[in-house]
Design a protein around this ligand. Sequence first.
Ligand SMILES: Cc1cc2nc3c(=O)[nH]c(=O)nc-3n(C[C@H](O)[C@H](O)[C@H](O)COP(=O)(O)OP(=O)(O)OC[C@H]3O[C@@H](n4cnc5c(N)ncnc54)[C@H](O)[C@@H]3O)c2cc1C
Length: 351
Amino acid sequence: MTRTEWDLIVVGGGPGGASAATVAAAAGLSTLLLERGGRLRHKPCGGILPEITGELIEDVFDSPLPPEVLSEPAELSLRYTPPSGEANGGRVRNFRLINVKRDEFDQWLRDRASLAGAEVLHEARVIEVNATNCFNVTYHHEGEDRQAGARCLVGADGVHSLVRRMLNPDAPSPKLLVGQRLVSVSEEMPSDFHCVFAETLSPFYAYTVPKGGMLKIGSGMTEEARTDLMPSLDRFSDWLESNGVAEIGEAALQEGWAIPFGEQLLDASGALLVGDAAGLCNPLSGEGIRLALESGLLAAEAIVESGYESPVQNYRKAAAGMVRMVADLHRVVLAADDESRERFIVAELSR
Ligand SMILES: Cc1cc2nc3c(=O)[nH]c(=O)nc-3n(C[C@H](O)[C@H](O)[C@H](O)COP(=O)(O)OP(=O)(O)OC[C@H]3O[C@@H](n4cnc5c(N)ncnc54)[C@H](O)[C@@H]3O)c2cc1C
């Protein structure tokens, strides 16, 4: 089996992996990024970023977001409907969101990693990882199994992370399911990211996002209630119609995926975990792209600062605030009821 040697191997080429690979390669580390999907691989996502993410992207990737990764409309406002109904909802003042085409966005990030000097392989599926005196990674690429070795490993392979499972099989990784449909709508497209909080629709929230002339509708569900995921989208379609928000037409796409929901884990057998693989996703909003970009950056910086000998302590220290924030929000979500959701939205709308 052919084998190559690297300073760092990054498994997964989403925002977390692209960020880690870009920062490490730019600092001079020989870096291999292995991505299971092809170019423009699809990731189920709303593609919504808080406006401040633009600055983080510019810092990490040394470029502003190019127009071709932006969806139409490129800028959205945030609209909330509380459990008591539309009459008490509204737009959050002075709050802007960036609307991206997720597949194109991720490809641009991986291309920036290449430009920074990382070797980026698409259709390279990692099938085995082990940690001895270095990390050994076996991956399938161009019809054959190959091996790569490195002193450092970053697991950025998402919510079902193989790196996390192989290097710490006992670590639980609870999830929250999210279903989405891309639908046509007959009248004028709403220009906001609309979050609707109602126990009858979802124990979390349901949302709409305009995407280039279509509307994405989504809803979250516990793992135990998985069979209710798609029915919750039917209920939400009815809700949108009966509240006069939109007349829902044909679905061009229906998909379900997951986000991590509790149990943050920054490292496993010396490998650093970032983004969804580390459980770093906002459990209240489902926002994970920014946390993936930021944890990828912190992981790479920890590796560079430690002379890539033992980056774990540096990374734990740097990412502690992020872990605390996600854990605190997780407790808030677990304790939430319609009364606290109502209070949260009243506070958001009056700020
Ligand atoms: C339906 C839905 C909607 C969402 N909407 C939003 C949103 O609007 N805004 C937001 O900020 N967040 C959103 N999120 C969360 C967000 O998508 C994730 O938090 C984010 O993608 C995490 O980035 P990541 O790099 O950690 O992982 P991912 O983006 O999942 O990237 C992991 C990569 O690893 C690759 N991979 C996996 N296994 C292997 C392997 N064995 N070998 C090689 N490669 C592998 C995958 O192909 C993938 O490219 C949403 C999530 C869902 C499910």
